[in-house]
Design a protein around this ligand. Structure first.
Ligand SMILES: CC(C)(COP(=O)(O)OP(=O)(O)OC[C@H]1O[C@@H](n2cnc3c(N)ncnc32)[C@H](O)[C@@H]1OP(=O)(O)O)[C@@H](O)C(=O)NCCC(=O)NCCS
Length: 149
């Protein structure tokens, strides 16, 4: 197993795994977003690859937008491991890589928002040393005819 930076070639499998996370989309959509992220500073996308080169998980970590109310910090924006490969330590490797990147950026805190329904996942984060700080509602409003998410 190895961790590498995500490339355009990985996006087919990345999209399949994103659907397992609950965020389906076609490869073209992921390519467009990937390229937009590459234009911005403060983002890192990593994949976990099996010994045969198969993408089996991925993580997106970023520096949070600047805020008046908090010092700079890092956030895991997305994390998923192939549902057929869970429980093998791949998630742990990806989270450790994201933490190492955040540390290299002098970001002293990692935040992860996780749906309250993902209780198995919360066990994983707690095992990795994370603790629940807050629970909140997400409010959205579609603008200009957009349904919003
Ligand atoms: C959470 C997730 C990334 C962990 O990846 P992983 O490779 O299975 O994690 P590891 O093998 O390093 O750690 C295993 C631990 O994860 C937890 N876990 C969560 N879901 C699991 C699953 N389906 N199978 C096995 N372990 C799971 C368990 O606590 C397990 O520890 P245990 O075996 O001591 O009980 C992965 O289960 C996943 O993709 N889940 C669905 C998507 C998700 O919730 N992503 C995070 C959104 S915030």
């Amino acid at each position: 197993m190895k961790i590498a930076e995500m490339t355009l070639e990985d996006l087919g499998t990345v999209a399949v795994l994103a659907a397992q996370l609950g965020y389906p989309g076609d490869v073209e959509t992921f390519r467009r977003r990937f390229q937009a992220i590459q234009q911005e500073d403060g983002h890192k996308l990593y994949v976990a690859k099996s010994d045969t080169g198969q993408v089996v998980g991925w993580i997106h970590v970023n520096r949070e937008s600047a805020a008046l109310v908090a010092d700079p910090r890092a956030e895991v924006a997305a994390l998923v491991v192939d549902e057929k490969q869970r429980g093998l330590g791949i998630g742990k490797l990806l989270v450790r890589q994201a933490e190492a990147w955040a540390t290299s950026q002098n970001l002293p805190l990692m935040r992860i928002r996780s749906n309250i329904l993902r209780s198995d996942t919360h066990r994983f984060y707690e095992r990795e040393g994370y603790a629940i700080k807050k629970s909140w509602h997400l409010f959205t409003k579609g603008l200009s005819g957009n349904a919003g998410r």
